[in-house]
Design a protein around this ligand. Sequence first.
Ligand SMILES: C[C@H](O)[C@H](O)[C@H]1CNC2=NC(N)=NC(=O)C2=N1
Length: 100
Amino acid sequence: MVEKLASAERDEALAKLPQWRHDAAENAITREFGFPDFSRAFAFMTQVALLAEKEGHHPDWSNSYSTVRISLSTHDAGGISAKDIALAGEIDRLLERAPA
Ligand SMILES: C[C@H](O)[C@H](O)[C@H]1CNC2=NC(N)=NC(=O)C2=N1
């Protein structure tokens, strides 16, 4: 089982993911994404869903029209693990490859 990161490790990893925030109340890392419309927001969610299935690691998220909010934590570890950091990086790279 993957271990949760110590807060110093988490902060060091987050320094390389400047668009992600540590949400202490959720014990998760979060990012909000804005798109021009619902279709593009949902297309992004579809890509993230496929990525999550591939990784066996899944986001907690919400969608309101053209906004998608993603919260990543490792439920099994009770906090933020390297898997969350890795998935956040891959989600960022999805947008670099195919800007919405
Ligand atoms: C068995 C399966 O791999 C686990 O239940 C996975 C599935 N996806 C998961 N996703 C997240 N975010 N946290 C987990 O602990 C987790 N566990």
